[in-house]
Design a protein around this ligand. Structure first.
Ligand code: AMP
Length: 186
C-alpha cells in the first residue's frame, strides 16, 4: 500500500498516519518529523530547516525532493509507505511521480483530510500548549495556513485529475476519521 496524506496543518494527518502505518505495516515517512529530528541534532540541515519552520514557510523544493528520494530508496519502502507532509507543492508532486515511475510503481491513494480553518486554529493553539512545538504560535499558524492554501491545496486537483484522490471529512473523533479512511481505501 502506497499512500499520501494531504491535509492542512492541525488536520490530524500525523495521528491518522500512525494508525494507518500500524494497520498496514508500512513505514511512516513524515518530512516534518525528519526535519524536527535534524533540528534537534543541530545538523546543517537542521539549522537551515529551523529558519523556515519558525516562519511557517516551506523549505525549498529541491532540498525536500532530495531528502524524500533518499528515504524512499530504503529497503523498508519496497512494499509500501505512507507519506505525511510530502508532497507539499506541485513541483514536489511532479518529482514524486517521476521518482515512482522510475521505480516502476505508483501511489495507490491520496487521502485528503479536509478540516475548516477555524477548527484548525483552535486545534493548533491547543497542540502548542500540549507539545510546545515552536511553530505552533498564532503568527506562524496563520502563515502555515496561508502557505497551505496557496501552495499545497493545488495538489488536491492535481491528484483528482489522476483519479487517486479520496476526500475525507476531517471533523469527528479520531476513530470516526480512521474508519472513514479505511472504508474509502479498501
Ligand atoms: P509538518 O510537521 O508536516 O507540519 O511540517 C512542519 C514544517 O516543516 C513545515 O511547516 C515546513 O516548514 C517544513 N516541511 C515539512 N515538510 C515539507 C515539505 N514537503 N516541503 C517543504 N517544507 C516542509
Amino acid at each position: 500500500m502506497k499512500l499520501i496524506l494531504v491535509g492542512p496543518p492541525g488536520g490530524g494527518k500525523g495521528t491518522q498516519a500512525k494508525i494507518l502505518t500500524g494497520n498496514y505495516s508500512i513505514p511512516h515517512i513524515s518530512t516534518g518529523d525528519m526535519l524536527r529530528a535534524a533540528v534537534t541534532e543541530g545538523s546543517e540541515l537542521g539549522k537551515k530547516a529551523k529558519e523556515y519552520m519558525d516562519q511557517g514557510e516551506l523549505l525549498p523544493d529541491e532540498l525536500m525532493i532530495g531528502i524524500l528520494k533518499d528515504r524512499i530508496l530504503h529497503d523498508d519502502c519496497k512494499n509500501g509507505f505512507l507519506l505525511d507532509g510530502f508532497p507539499r507543492t506541485i513541483p514536489q508532486g511532479e518529482a514524486l511521480g517521476e521518482m515512482l515511475h522510475e521505480l516502476n510503481t505508483d501511489i495507490d491513494y491520496v487521502v485528503h483530510i479536509d478540516v475548516p480553518d477555524e477548527e484548525l486554529v483552535k486545534r493548533l493553539l491547543k497542540r502548542a500548549e500540549i507539545e510546545g512545538r515552536s511553530d505552533d504560535n498564532e503568527d506562524t499558524i496563520k502563515n502555515r495556513l496561508k502557505v497551505y492554501h496557496e501552495l499545497t491545496k493545488p495538489l488536491i486537483d492535481f491528484y483528482k485529475g489522476k483519479g487517486k484522490l479520496v476526500d475525507i471529512d476531517g471533523i469527528g473523533t479520531v476513530e470516526e476519521i480512521t474508519s472513514r479512511i479505511n472504508s474509502a481505501i479498501r
